[in-house]
Write a protein that binds this ligand. Sequence first.
Ligand code: ADP
Length: 313
Amino acid sequence: RVFVAGSFNVDHVWRVATLPSPGATLSGSYATGPGGKGFNQAVAARRAGADTRFVCALGLDAGAQLARALCDADGIDLHAATADAPTGTAGIYVDAQGRNCIVIGPGANAALDAEFVAHALAGVAAGDVVLAQLESPLDAVARALDAGRAAGATVLLNPAPANVAIDETMLVRADVLTPNETEFAALLLRHVGERIDADAVGNLDQQRLHALCRELLPHGSVVVTLGASGCFVSHADAEPRGDTATFYRVAAEPAQAIDTTGAGDAFNGALAASLAQRPERAFIEHVRFAGRFAARSTEQAGAALAMPHLVVE
Ligand code: ADP
């Protein structure tokens, strides 16, 4: 099983010719749909075939009804606390060049309670996977990771978004850390004291990337996702997780990408689902599956609803 603790948002997206400036009134085409890293990753894990529980906080409003209906439709085991706040929202403007401007209203997500999370994860067992991100209060994230560790589950931390600072005590809870280039650069600056431009991460040589990953998470595995360039994997020397190499690159799966929003979420959910369902496989096989799943997700517009139905074989 996969346990995902995290955020649910109702995304409101306006496509506009140019991004709004102060005092401007614009018109644009509007669309709404579900989002939030936690929910996106739970949908990905479920559609990759894993028995999936999603732990979050919702308001008492139409957004909460949407979350419940979508979890029902996908067969996700939803454990939602009811918060005295609106369900999370994101207001997103996208211009003609695809640039965006986003305002998040955390709402209920900011009220996700650590005790509630611990309770919802009480049934985690060895062989399960616990997956969390940083769009929830950090004490709740920490409790989710702790529940996984205590049970002997595999603990995945997707350190996103990049602007949320975590301390070493959070990092040491993770067996596997999955930053994208921006998040990796932010973690290196904060935890390793290295200033590396996010755009330069994919061009670093593998020895150097491995050394940086080892400094960041000495005991665990790091998967740095590199968009259309695939990803880089680094394991602790002592533990290659079934792989023959302690570090390597995996190319992206070719895709007719039309919208890469949520590619990272697709990757994380699929990685968790593969680890949970085929524990006997080498780590590289899980990473390849996650890459295939994420590539397919870029071929549909949207985030959660763009997750493919691609089950771990
Ligand atoms: P994020 O969405 O968090 O920024 P990335 O952009 O690094 O994450 O994407 C995560 C993974 O999704 C990549 O490692 C890759 O496997 C896959 N991916 C992303 N963009 C593409 C693309 N254009 N074509 C194929 N695969 C992609």
